[in-house]
Design a protein around this ligand. Structure first.
Ligand code: FAD
Length: 286
């Protein structure tokens, strides 16, 4: 089923994001993870894609197939375009069609000096336009409540996002954030800009110190003072930081749901314990 249809049918769509394990040996563990994640009854699970010709990208489709046919949950396959030409995209589309996968999260991908870029798809909107002509997929796009790091300004960012939706993105999944006010203002701005598709907030429970550092350097999400205080207080105590990070993420999610967001996209980091605890915390809410 297309995720746009799921959104049309229900409020509070719950989705998980996972990534293919790097090592082949870890691939066998993905079943144990998927078993728990799928048992939590998400509306869909999205599977990330390495930017730039990684051999891991075959695993994206393999895992998506497992999600669909073994666990009977709807998969969304991520696809980046900066390092690909139309022939490679065509090959990918061909496989998706033959495997009956209906949902694609169409992305540009991060720039990487070690990965040569090609000229055909410079922005996600170009990939979306291309995919639209290639098949009857539901296409989702990424969005950034605190602006994409390369963005000139907020207005340009919204203009480009509107282009993405006009090109055919039917659902938007957001970058993670730790301050809900950014997301609420962002959705208001989207609606003013005429972006009418579901905009789903992405939440990542921060449960260990290494993750915090990665978040700061990679996605530039700002840390509100009350979250900073929690991290400072518990960063040297693993179990306390886990509890505090989970509680913070849960409070974010409950606040988002109370404000009638279109859904919750949980960055699970392949950690089923985290997903299960979040789901238990919102069992009577969602
Ligand atoms: P775009 O929409 O192309 O935007 C990128 C930048 O270009 C923005 O600053 C935008 O304002 C600007 N821009 C857009 N259109 C134009 C235009 N016409 N003219 C000038 N500027 C323009 N990365 C991976 O490698 N693999 C993944 O699986 C993956 N999954 C993700 C999932 C989610 C939910 C999110 C939020 C991000 C994910 N990413 C992933 C990261 C993403 O690839 C990067 O953030 C990347 O830098 C931008 O991708 P995009 O699709 O948002 O790009």
């Amino acid at each position: 089923m297309k995720i746009s249809e799921i959104h049309a049918k229900k409020k509070n769509v719950l989705s998980f994001e996972i990534f293919p394990p790097k090592k082949d040996t870890e691939l066998s563990n993905i079943d144990a993870t998927l078993e728990i994640l799928c048992d939590l009854n998400p509306d869909f699970i999205s599977v990330t894609f390495g930017a730039g010709g990684s051999s891991n990208n075959n695993k994206t489709i393999e895992i998506a197939k497992k999600i669909k046919y073994k666990y009977h949950v709807e998969p969304v396959v991520h696809l980046t375009c900066l390092t690909y030409g139309s022939q490679e995209i065509d090959d990918f589309v061909h496989v998706l069609k033959s495997e009956g996968i209906e949902n694609i999260l169409a992305l540009r991908g991060d720039r990487n000096p070690n990965m040569p870029e090609k000229d055909e798809f410079k922005h996600a909107s170009e990939l979306i336009t291309y995919l639209r002509k290639k098949g009857d997929f539901c296409i989702a796009g990424a969005c950034y409540p605190e602006c994409h790091p390369e963005s000139e300004n907020r207005v340009a960012e919204l203009r480009h996002l509107k282009q993405k939706v006009d090109a055919g993105a039917e659902v938007l999944l957001s970058q993670l954030f730790f301050d809900n006010d950014y997301f609420f203002h962002f959705v208001d701005d989207c609606r003013i800009a005429g972006i009418d598709v579901p905009v789903t907030p992405g939440i990542m429970p921060v449960i260990n110190a290494a993750q915090i550092q990665r978040m700061v350097t990679l996605c530039g999400a700002s840390f509100p003072e009350r979250f900073r205080k929690i991290i400072r207080k518990y960063e040297d105590n693993k179990t306390a930081l886990f509890d505090a990070g989970m509680a913070y993420a849960l409070s974010q999610i409950i606040d988002l749901l109370a404000n009638d967001v279109d859904g919750i996209h949980l960055y699970t980091m392949n950690n089923p314990v985290v997903a299960r605890k979040i789901c238990e915390g919102i069992r009577n809410i969602i």
